[in-house]
Design a protein around this ligand. Structure first.
Ligand SMILES: [Zn+2]
Length: 213
């Protein structure tokens, strides 16, 4: 007890000095701290996500009340956030997931998986191989197997496509449509199909088998 009190008294007496020392450490070793933190986050990714989720669930009611009380503030920040690239992407993905769930289809694509796929196609349309700057517009998140044909919103089914290719293919069978496509296709497409489509078909079949009858 005594020890505890003296610790507390020492802390109170030296509070400002300690804060100044901590601050200067953070400034002097900024880069080192960032590297350590990044490595820690990488190594504990799943743990961190689980803790974050648990904390969100624990505080769900309080968060809801806070949002209600600060409605104007959250609306203002939400508007600013949705105008950013990341905000726009997350809104679009949320909308796609909602549509997939409504159609009773798997909806697991994450922003990271979406970025990986775009990188795999060298940031070019998966069909006509044009870039976003060539077409002057952002790519659509194209369902290789159309949602109307039970195509899920998953990494194995979403690829970058320009508006022209997306609208032209629409809900058609991709293999039939590609045969009619004029000009060369994105060189990454054949490998992507070989890698993902057996998995995609298996996961669609699995999902269909899991559905209550
Ligand atoms: Zn295209």
């Amino acid at each position: 007890m005594c020890m505890k009190m003296s610790d507390k008294a020492y802390y109170e007496a030296n509070k400002d000095r300690k804060a100044a020392r901590d601050k200067s450490y953070r400034v002097d070793y900024k880069d080192k701290i960032a590297v350590t933190r990044k490595a820690y986050c990488e190594a504990n990714k799943e743990n961190i996500a689980a803790c974050r989720k648990a904390r969100y669930e624990r505080n769900h009611d309080r968060i809801k009340i806070w949002r209600e009380v600060h409605k104007d503030r959250t609306a203002k920040y939400g508007k600013v956030y949705r105008a950013t690239d990341r905000g726009r992407e997350l809104c679009r993905m949320k909308d796609q997931r909602r549509r997939a769930r409504k159609a009773n289809l798997p909806d697991t694509l994450t922003p990271k998986q979406r970025q990986d796929t775009w990188m795999l196609f060298n940031h070019r349309c998966a069909y006509c191989n044009r870039t976003e700057s060539e077409i002057g517009k952002e790519f659509h998140q194209e369902h290789f197997i159309a949602q109307d044909n039970d195509g899920p919103y998953t990494q194995d089914n979403i690829i970058p496509a320009c508006q022209r290719c997306n609208y032209s293919k629409h809900a058609r069978d991709p293999y039939t449509w590609m045969k009619r496509h004029k000009g060369p296709l994105n060189p990454a497409l054949a490998q992507w199909i070989a890698d993902t489509q057996p998995r995609n078909e298996a996961s669609i079949r699995q999902w269909q088998a899991d559905q209550p009858r």
